[in-house]
Design a protein around this ligand. Structure first.
Ligand code: ZN
Length: 244
């Protein structure tokens, strides 16, 4: 018997041990503070230089904290290194799965990444660190060096649709997986949440690791409520042993 394809679907809860708060979820900071939500809403961001200035300062603050992968990220990367086929689908934009050692081609970032910047005019991409260096040097809303257009992180803001290619590949992973583990996500934001149902329908063993109830708990083969930082490494060790 071959090793099962394990899909790990991670949400904000995966990164809270790394010091990154839940911004985007239904109970997230951005949803509870309409003013903060504007910083990551495409329409406001594009229309207002003051929103962009504050948005870059917010990114700079997260960047300065230099968040590191936690035990859960490391356990996922270790499972992959051990020879189990693993794919990560994530709602997080922090890049911590890759920093933990997951190959980038095996990570599907549904909400994009805060580690790159894209020009809304010409599409040119650059490193977030370069743009934040310009902000620190006195350009509060740095324009694209190539075309003068508005720069934004390569994240999917509110009011923007998910990249259909990334979503399509994530759906293929969900349907092709034998084990689908949803970690630290409330499974309430569509279309991402529907991936769990898709996987279960296609016959995957569905495991949910989350502090709170999710709409997919009844469908799950296993629901784990313990803290992610200890529960996920233990679970993945068990799965690696089963598939050996
Ligand atoms: Zn440009």
């Amino acid at each position: 018997m071959g090793k099962p394809l394990v899909a790990v679907f991670s949400g904000a809860g995966m990164s809270t041990d790394s010091g990154i708060p839940d911004y985007r979820g239904p109970q997230g900071l951005w949803r509870r503070d309409p003013d903060a939500e504007k910083l990551v809403t495409y329409e406001y961001y594009m229309a207002d230089p003051e929103i962009r200035r504050r948005s870059w300062l917010m990114r700079a603050e997260v960047w300065a904290a230099a968040p590191q992968p936690n035990a859960a990220h490391l356990a996922v990367a270790e499972l992959e290194r051990g020879g189990t086929p693993v794919r990560v689908i994530t709602q997080n934009v922090d890049g911590l799965h890759q920093l933990a050692g997951m190959p980038a081609r095996k990570v599907f970032e549904l909400h994009g990444t805060a580690r790159s910047v894209v020009c809304t005019g010409c599409g040119a991409r650059s490193e977030t660190s370069e743009v934040l260096a310009r902000v620190a040097a006195g350009e509060p809303d740095p324009p694209c060096s190539a075309c003068g257009g508005v720069l934004k992180t390569a994240t999917v803001m509110f009011g923007q649709r998910l990249d259909p290619e990334v979503l399509g590949r994530a759906m293929a992973v969900a349907k092709g997986s034998q084990v689908f583990i949803a970690v630290g996500t409330s499974l309430q934001v569509q279309p991402a949440a529907s991936l769990a149902g898709m996987a279960a329908e296609a016959g995957a063993r569905l495991i949910i690791v989350n502090a709170e109830e999710t709409p997919y708990d009844a469908l799950a083969d296993e629901v784990v409520r313990e803290p992610i930082g200890t529960a996920l490494p233990a679970l993945l060790t068990r799965i690696a042993a089963e598939g050996a």
